[in-house]
Design a protein around this ligand. Structure first.
Ligand code: V4E
Length: 236
């Protein structure tokens, strides 16, 4: 499993020139559609878990226990999420989170718990991989956000290791850049944060406020009630 460490930045007209100037190598362009899923009462996202299907591949981004960052700016501007990409692991992790929350609430009943346990124990694994809707239905998960992104990607090689830069244009009219490093679990987080900060400095990015991601803007525009709940819970 890996931890994705990233810093978002405002993408202006000069960014491609700046990337060339610091020796970034363009590695390609792609277009993809993302769908994000949650329960009707937002059990996952209110705990900072993000369940996504991107062009048929599943991913669960999970919050990490933040260690100490080298400085305050880095702590504020960079995010770290553990990424799970194996569908059986995603299913058991998501059902664990939902089971815990359902057990807390008075609305839990035995048939609900049975459905959750089925997914947790991967009882229907073959059906699950063939038919996405079954496990989602069992866990009462539905799509709350869907959008397409056009992405240009570059890599920047430095002595300490490579850094990736993605420039994203979402189909609802929002552009954002990301400087990203993938760290194997237990790897050197501080070194990754320093590499990201180093590239941000080379690109002349200002280090004042945290830049909003695509989801932030999407929810603000199209799901204001969900957005409000995430703001109150300090998730976004
Ligand atoms: C983690 C997260 C969300 C899931 C999407 O994450 P993000 O990296 O923004 O999307 P994308 O398309 O760049 O995915 P990639 O291709 O890198 O896998 S949606 C909201 N969050 C939480 C979050 C946060 N709290 N703050 C910031 C700055 N970003 C994300």
């Amino acid at each position: 499993m890996t931890v994705e460490v990233e810093r978002k930045f405002v993408c202006d007209a000069k960014i491609m020139g700046k990337l060339q100037d610091i020796g970034a190598e363009c590695i390609g362009e792609r277009r993809f559609r993302d769908q994000y899923f949650d329960s009707p009462d937002f059990i996952l996202t209110l705990q900072d878990f993000w369940l996504r299907r991107r062009e048929g591949s599943w991913e669960l981004k999970c919050p990490t226990v933040s260690g100490t960052a080298p400085d305050k700016d880095t702590e504020t501007l960079c995010t770290r999420y553990r990424e799970i990409t194996s569908l059986p692991l995603i299913q058991s992790e998501v059902s664990r989170i939902i089971r815990e929350r359902t057990a807390e609430g008075s609305e839990s009943n035995s048939s609900q718990r049975e459905q959750i346990d089925k997914v947790s124990e991967n009882e229907d694994t073959e059906i699950c991989s063939a038919n996405d809707t079954k496990w989602l239905n069992n866990l009462n998960l539905a799509c709350f956000a869907e959008f397409k992104t056009e992405r240009r990607s570059c890599t920047i090689e430095r002595e300490a290791g490579a850094v990736r830069v993605d420039l994203d244009q979402a189909d609802f009219g929002y552009c954002v850049g990301e400087i990203e490093v993938l760290v194997p679990e237990g790897g050197d987080m501080n070194a990754a944060l320093q590499r990201i900060t180093g590239v941000a400095v080379e690109l002349g990015l200002s280090s004042e406020t945290k830049v909003k991601g695509k989801m932030d803007i999407y929810l603000q525009r199209y799901r204001p009630e969900h957005y409000e709940k995430l703001l109150i819970a300090h998730i976004l």
